[in-house]
Design a protein. Structure first.
Length: 74
């Protein structure tokens, strides 16, 4: 444990029970934010793949896509 973490733990332990509980909740919430985002992206990717495989969405070759982007930038 580095010095900054030791200091943080020592300060956190000075809090009363309710304050420590709030602190823990904030820390845990910060860990789960990324997980929720990962789950959302996983669901989005799965839906896009399903749309392509079912024919709802069409793909185009990369060269064609780049040509369209280049034209739009002119």
């Amino acid at each position: 444990m580095n010095a900054a973490l030791k200091t943080l733990v020592a300060e956190a332990l000075k809090l009363d029970t309710h304050e420590r509980m709030e602190f823990v909740q904030v820390l845990l919430a910060s860990l789960h934010e990324g997980a929720e985002l990962d789950e959302a992206w996983t669901a989005e990717i799965a839906q896009r793949i399903a749309d392509i495989e079912s024919g709802i969405e069409q793909t185009i070759p990369m060269a064609q896509a780049l040509a369209q982007v280049r034209n739009n930038l002119k």
